[in-house]
Design a protein around this ligand. Sequence first.
Ligand SMILES: [Zn+2]
Length: 376
Amino acid sequence: MQHIVTGGNPDIVGHLTAGALARAALTHEVVTSARAALDAVRRRASALLILVADTPDLDGLEVCRELRRHEELAACRVMLVVTGAASRSLLEQMAAAGCDDFVVLPSGGPELCTHVEDLLELPRRRHHRVPVELLAWVEAGARVFQGQTENLSLNGAKVRLDTPLGSVDWVRVRLRREDHQQFMAVDARVVWQREGGRELGLTFIDQTPETRRQLEALVLWDLVEEEGLVRVYLEGDFVETTDLQPLAQRLGPRVDFDAAGVRHVNSHGARRWAALLETIAEQHEYTFSRCSTAFTTQACFLVGFLGRGRMVSFMAPYHCDGCDRDETRLLQAAALVPEGAGFVLPRFRCPQCGGSLRFDEIPERYLACLSPPRLP
Ligand SMILES: [Zn+2]
C-alpha cells in the first residue's frame, strides 16, 4: 500500500480520498510543518509528498531539497502546489530542488488525480465508465431479457434487467440510445450477477472493428454536473462517423471538456468537432482540460479546433537524455511562463536516474494553440 503525505492544502486531501483515486490502495497523512513532513516520509517510506511550494511554516522547496540530500529518501516523489501563476524563478528553483511535479491552483479533481496517478505509476484511468442509460436487450439462447445499461465503457457494461437472467455465462447484448433508432449488438461474458440476477456485469468479447466503432459512438462522451459546471468527458476517436450533434443540446453556460480519452482525430472528425463548438452560444464559456496528445496536436494545427475556448491543461511529451526515458506529463497552461513570443517550460527530475526530464517537442509547434499569450 502506497503512502502519501500532504501538507498545506486541505482541498487536495479531499480530491485524493474521493473519486478515481479512492479505489487505489493508498494511505494518507496530513502534516502542518516542514519538519513533520520529513519525519512522516522517513517513518512511512512514503511514495509521494504533496506540499505547498512556499508558505512560512511549510516551505515545500526546502523540504524537497532536504529530501534530495538523503539517498534513502530518494524514492519519495515530490509534488509542489503553487498558488497563482508560476514564474521563471519558481520553475528554476523547483527544477534545482529536484521537484518531480507541480500543480497550479485552482486545479480540478480529475486533473490532480492524473498528476498523482503518473507520479505513483498507477494506471491512468483510460476508460471512463459512462453512466449512460441505454435500452438493452440481453439474449441468452432463444430467451430475451429487457433492461437498461447503468454504465458503459469500451470494454463492458453494467446492465439492470426487468427479470432475472438465471445461470448463464455468455450472452449477446443489443444496445440502443433512446434518442437513436439504430441498435448495436455485441457478444459478452457475464462476469457477475447481483440482486438475484437482475443486475449484470458484462465484459464485451470478440469485438469487430464495426462493433468497436458503434460502441465508441455510444460512449463518446459523458456529462457530469459539478456546481454549475458541466464537465464533458470525451472518449474515443473523432472521425467521419462521429456524431457530436446530440451533445450540443446538453451543454450549459459553463462547460469543461475533459479530452484525456480522445485517442485519434482525423480531419473529418476535427471539422465535426469545430462545428459543434460553433453551436455554443456567444455568452457561454468553455475550457479544455487534460487534453490528450492527439487532441492537443489537432488544436495546434487546425485553426478553430478550440473555438473560443481556453486550454487549461494538456499532455506533454518529456524525455530524459541521461537514461533515454520517455514520459507523458500533464501540464497546466498556468504552469507555463510566457516569455517573448513563447513560453518557459518546466523541467522535472527523472525518476529513473535522477537526471532532468525535458520537454520533447518543438515548443513553438506543440504549444501553438496557447501562444501568443492571450490577454485576460
Ligand atoms: Zn533519466
